[in-house]
Ligand binder design. Structure first.
Ligand code: ASP
Length: 619
């Protein structure tokens, strides 16, 4: 086929731009052939670019040469058209197309590039096979939906940059080649050619650098930062992802919340959603008690405590562990569920719940035995006819062998015990299971197009330590630079009652998804050293890993704090997409590979040598 050169042709308009008021103008459009319809003397080409689609008419009588080229054109050919805009005839307008009032009568057509028959047409809406989409990502990204997603991603990112700049934040880049960072995932390592046997690590986050920037006096830092964590992938995880990372000096938690609510408002605004001011706040203990999870989905009601409605004897009949919480879950508007549906749900309980939870899923039966308690439960939960009610508690099989100590924080509040937490968490899992299983009946997850679709929440006062049942040790719940509450340090809880120590750590949650997390940091070298020690890290080990940082802390460190929010996830939610892969241009598959460039890949023996490495596996 004879292809043409662009020559001196210049695009005058995009394919989404022309309207009836342009009728009569001579224009030059360029783009991809979206569809081609051959009616003999008349050939129609739908020409597509990022901005839209315009209909081109090639009339044998008016321009034989252009018509002949259009005969050769096929979908995904790249062409340039010179022609005259004309109004479409009466009844021929296409109201579904922004350019549907007009068409362009071509006087010249240049075939700039031909195209093989693509494995799928970018003109199609949904393409089932994701592997093929990712392999031919260049075609996939031509699809309207993907073009929209990336336009939105750009707009959202720009709104965030502009907003944070206006709030006085400076964008500062931190290194990609660095050393192992403390987010707790596996590092990606990069062997050094120049220093045999030594490795750089790709950053899991800019954490230490942003703290050092505070020590350096930059006051307010942000970065749209790429982070790398070598984790097993799920639909909402990627090996590399982008976070909106920020840090500021002299903040209280509320200062950080204000900054974030401000830029999140701008980001959502860029996507056409006007959010209300001030997201609600809830402590971690409250979240677990009311929702059985640290990222509550507020679109459905909280759980309600009912344990004390049953006597010890009744609790035994119900096979409820003595002293266990017993919570009612209400899912509104589900209606009657059948025996089979109930069994189907049971089959989905997590294994731990099957072993250790008492679940009452037949409320009618319970009502026969305990009419008064059930009447009270209906009252407390505000249950209406047609609402689904479940009760979940710890089963007598649960072993309560671990005692937690005092577990009263410095404010005097009783912290949840590990046991209580376990039971609430099991209940929370069943709550979410029911919520998902019956989503088409309760409809609480359906978008209405208003700000009500987005239930934000700040979760605060996370525990500083997590009990590791297997190792029977207290582990850090966050990275080790997170500050405990000042009062909890002063009360000596770091050594006397780790389970009661509250971290000045917070998460921002949206519709049951964690959007980001952050903390007020430790700004004193002595406290930092104590925290390393209390995490079982020796002074030597801490020096070896974070010595440069401990040194920096000794040269005048302002109190500081910050947060990081997942940009990919925010865009995914705003785009209404089901997976991060819909909003990352070149993502990895669930098997952690890039199928388009075929990475990871083997490298030559010479490269191994150069890096002073030897493979232990043969490919
Ligand atoms: N470095 C943390 C993270 O990436 C965020 C923060 O503490 O600011 O999750």
């Amino acid at each position: 086929m004879q292809l043409d050169f662009l020559g001196n042709l210049q695009r005058t308009h995009t394919c989404g731009e022309l309207r009836s008021q342009n009728a009569g103008e001579t224009v030059t459009l360029m783009g991809w052939v979206n569809r081609r319809r051959d009616h003999g003397n008349l050939i129609f080409l739908d020409l597509r670019d990022r901005y839209g689609i315009s209909q081109i008419v090639l009339d044998l009588e008016q321009s034989g040469e252009a018509h002949a080229k259009a005969e050769a054109a096929r979908p995904e050919f790249v062409v340039a058209v010179v022609g005259k805009v004309r109004r479409r005839g009466e009844g021929l307008e296409n109201p579904n197309m922004p350019t549907g009032e007009i068409e362009i009568v071509a006087s010249e057509l240049r075939l700039l590039s031909d195209a093989k028959t693509p494995p799928f047409s970018p003109a199609e809406g949904a393409i089932a096979n994701e592997e093929v989409r990712l392999q031919y990502r260049f075609l996939d990204l031509r699809r309207e939906e993907m073009q929209k997603n990336f336009l939105m991603r750009h707009n959202v990112t720009k709104a965030i940059r502009d907003n944070l700049s206006a709030q006085g934040f400076l964008e500062i880049e931190t290194p990609m080649l660095t050393r192992s960072t403390p987010e707790g995932a596996r590092d990606f390592l990069v062997p050094s050619r120049v220093h045999p046997g030594e490795f750089f690590a790709l950053p899991q986050s800019p954490q230490i650098f942003k703290q050092i920037l505070m020590i350096s006096g930059f006051d307010k830092y942000f970065q749209i930062a790429r982070c790398f964590r070598d984790e097993d992938l799920r639909a909402d995880r990627q090996l590399e992802f982008t976070q909106i990372d920020l840090e500021m000096t002299f903040p209280h938690q509320e200062t950080v919340f204000g900054v974030v609510e401000n830029f999140v408002g701008a980001a959502f605004g860029a996507a056409g959603v006007t959010l209300g001011k001030n997201f609600p706040r809830m402590t971690y203990d409250e979240a677990v008690r009311l929702y059985g999870i640290d990222k509550p989905d507020l679109r459905l009601p909280a759980m309600v405590e009912c344990a004390e409605l049953f006597t010890a004897e009744q609790a035994t009949v119900l096979r409820l562990a003595p002293g266990s919480p017993f919570v009612a879950i209400r899912i509104p508007g589900v209606g009657e569920i059948s025996r089979k549906e109930r069994d189907d749900v049971r089959a989905l309980y997590p294994p731990k719940t099957v072993q250790s939870a008492t679940v009452v899923d037949d409320f009618k039966r319970l009502e026969k035995s305990f009419p008064e308690a059930v009447a009270e439960i209906r009252k407390r939960t505000g249950a209406q006819d047609g609402d689904l009610l479940y009760l979940v508690g710890g089963a007598t099989t649960i072993s309560w062998d671990f005692e937690q100590g005092r577990s009263v924080d410095a404010s005097g509040a009783k912290r949840l015990s590990v046991h209580q937490r376990t039971v609430y968490e099991m209940a929370g899992q069943i709550r979410l299971l029911l919520a998902q299983r019956f989503a088409d009946r309760h409809k609480a997850f359906e978008k209405t197009g208003s700000a009500e679709d987005y239930k934000f929440l700040w979760v605060t006062d996370f525990p500083m330590y997590e009990w590791n049942e297997e190792a029977r040790t207290w582990d850090a719940a966050h990275h080790p630079f997170t500050s405990p509450h000042e009062e909890d340090i002063k009360a000596g809880l770091l050594t006397s009652d780790k389970g009661a120590v509250r971290a000045l750590a917070y998460d921002i949650v949206l519709n049951g998804m964690e959007l980001g997390s952050g903390s007020i940091r430790i700004s004193r070298q002595d406290v930092q050293a104590e925290i390393f020690r209390s995490l079982g890290m020796s002074d030597e080990e801490a020096r070896a890993r974070f010595g440069f940082f401990l040194t920096a802390l000794e040269y005048g460190t302002p109190p500081h704090g910050g947060i990081a929010l997942g940009l990919d996830r925010i865009v995914m939610i705003l785009a209404g997409a089901q997976s991060l892969r819909e909003v990352i241009a070149f993502p990895k598959t669930a098997k952690a590979i890039d199928v388009m460039v075929d990475a990871p890949a083997t490298v030559s023996e010479a490269q191994w040598k150069e890096l002073h490495l030897r493979p232990t596996v043969k490919n």
